[in-house]
Design a protein around this ligand. Structure first.
Ligand code: FAD
Length: 472
């Protein structure tokens, strides 16, 4: 796309929109970024609630592309593995990888968003406008209407193209849904579970009340608690529980006594770390968890969706933000390819179409993997067979670091293969190892190299079988 004087209107200055604005400005476009909320950097953050996210290699690749990886890493706390807490308060660490350099990072959501806003704002060709919520989009003409939350006035902005990064409840996507001039497919699937955030505060001298370098999990079958560390010594804890139809669910946890009884029964060691548990339980909202898929992501060559607006996923692989940053990388690669083409091949319609063709199968894959991982985290991490599998995979990764990558590693640490490929290989490998373990074909007496040879052979055969029946 040679004409860099074009105006790009980006709607939504969250994680994806801010990174995208920065990258599009670096490519030379005139960027207008409009956000419905007030500027995060002016609003005092609630000291008691620091929301954090797991940032891993795909997300880091996006930040690197825009030259902000180093700055972001300063906000990160490495988490080397899952620290599993059983009901008796025993803990054990299950590393994310057998390779030493593979870990995920806990990062503050507002901290990262502010860093991206600062970097975008430093570009001379970016204008950022806050407090204006998009209410309507004229897709054919790339015109969007906003309501100013201060003056209550309506204002319209026209651009050459609109990029919708307005999250899971996207107004840009709704405009596509309501437009009868093209066929728009949409699905929204809610989990039966919701989530609620609680805090483990820092100790009086600013220290951590439990192991800092881990993602803590209390798996309890139907429900679970997780905790990620913050730089100030606190942890953000998230409870995932059913809304209804269970002994303990959001619909029945309605009194302080019930909440305390539930936590004391299920998470006794965590209760001791959360002095404000009851207040926070009732003060903080319960959020729903859902998967959104849609297609096409673009309309009339004038508007395109990126990030959660195109593919919101449940948080159990810690990949929503990472996938949204990877969107920016893939979109950028498509722009690079089309830059060198003739004018007929580098119009926005062609570019948006090529982007979706390249990317959609991967965001569908991570959406499905994230739902699978919900089960793995809340149930399987606590089962002996699963723990045996992780132990074996850890040994393979440590002994054969260039040859073996678990599904988790393929998804999280191998940013140069697609999510779809990671899913395909990872699922087959999991099935093979679990079956071999279950059938007693990987006994303790067997050499690790022999076990590895057997797993590799069976995986290759299973992948071949899948290819024959057209599953790949
Ligand atoms: P958002 O971050 O939702 O940003 C959208 C922006 O658009 C917001 O600033 C919003 O105010 C603005 N906006 C909305 N509507 C309008 C409008 N009408 N007009 C103007 N502006 C508008 N991902 C990970 O990678 N790792 C994790 O560990 C992780 N943990 C998670 C835990 C939970 C509980 C949840 C719910 C999600 C988690 N995610 C995680 C997913 C991650 O939060 C999202 O994938 C990511 O925020 C998507 O970025 P986005 O910019 O597309 O959307």
């Amino acid at each position: 796309m040679e004409n860099k004087n074009q105006k790009i209107l980006i709607i939504g200055a969250g994680l994806c929109g801010s990174l995208l604005a920065l990258r599009m400005a670096q490519r030379g476009y005139q960027v207008q970024l409009v956000e419905k909320r007030p500027d995060l950097r002016d609003v005092t953050q609630d000291a008691g609630r620091s929301i954090n996210l797991a940032l891993s290699d795909r997300g880091l690749k996006g930040l690197r592309l825009a030259g902000v990886e180093e700055e972001a890493l300063k906000l990160c706390i490495p988490m080397l593995g899952r620290m599993i807490h059983d009901k008796q308060g025993n803990t054990f660490m299950s590393n994310y990888s057998g390779r030493e350099n593979e870990y995920i990072n806990s990062i503050s959501r507002p901290g990262l968003n502010m860093l991206l806003l600062d970097a975008a704002e430093a570009m001379p060709n970016v204008e950022i406008i806050f407090n204006k919520g998009c209410t309507k989009v004229d897709l054919e003409n790339a015109v969007a209407t906003f309501k100013d939350y201060n003056t209550k006035e309506e204002i319209t902005y026209k651009a050459d193209v609109i990029l919708g990064t307005d999250g899971a409840g996207s107004v840009v996507r709704k405009a596509m849904f309501n437009d009868r001039n093209f066929l728009f497919s949409f699905s929204q699937n809610w989990l039966t579970h919701g989530y609620k955030e609680i805090t483990i505060p820092a100790t009086e001298n600013g220290g951590y009340r439990t192991e800092k370098g881990a993602l803590h999990i209390w798996p309890r079958g139907e429900d679970m608690l997780i905790a990620l560390p913050n730089l100030d010594g606190s942890f953000t804890v998230t409870l995932f529980a059913p809304y209804s139809n269970s002994d303990y669910c959001f619909d029945t946890l309605t009194t302080p006594e019930m909440v305390m009884a539930y936590f004391e029964t299920e998470y006794p060691d965590a209760v001791a770390l959360m002095p404000n548990l009851v207040e926070e339980f009732f003060d903080n909202p319960t959020g729903p968890l859902g998967t959104i898929k849609c297609s096409p992501w673009s309309s009339f060559g004038k508007a395109c969706l990126l990030g959660d607006s195109a593919h919101a996923i449940v948080p159990f692989y810690g990949q929503g933000m990472n996938a949204s940053f990877e969107d920016v990388v893939v979109f950028d690669e498509i722009l690079n390819k089309h830059d060198s083409k003739t004018s007929e091949e580098n119009d926005w319609k062609t570019i948006f179409h090529a982007y979706e063709m390249t990317r959609k199968k991967d965001t569908d894959a991570i959406a499905d993997l994230a739902v699978d991982n919900f089960r793995e985290m809340k149930e399987l991490t606590a089962t002996p067979l699963f723990q045996q599998k992780r132990k074996l995979e850890m040994a393979f990764e440590s002994q054969f670091p260039m040859e073996y990558f678990s599904k988790y590693s393929l998804v999280t640490f191998n940013e140069d293969i697609t999510y779809h490929e990671a899913m395909t290989r990872g699922r087959v490998q999991d099935k093979v190892i679990l079956n071999l373990l279950n059938d007693g074909r990987l006994p303790d007496s067997m050499e690790l190299a022999e076990k590895f040879k057997l797993v590799k052979k069976e995986t290759t055969e299973a992948l071949h079988d899948d290819a024959v029946v057209g599953n790949l």
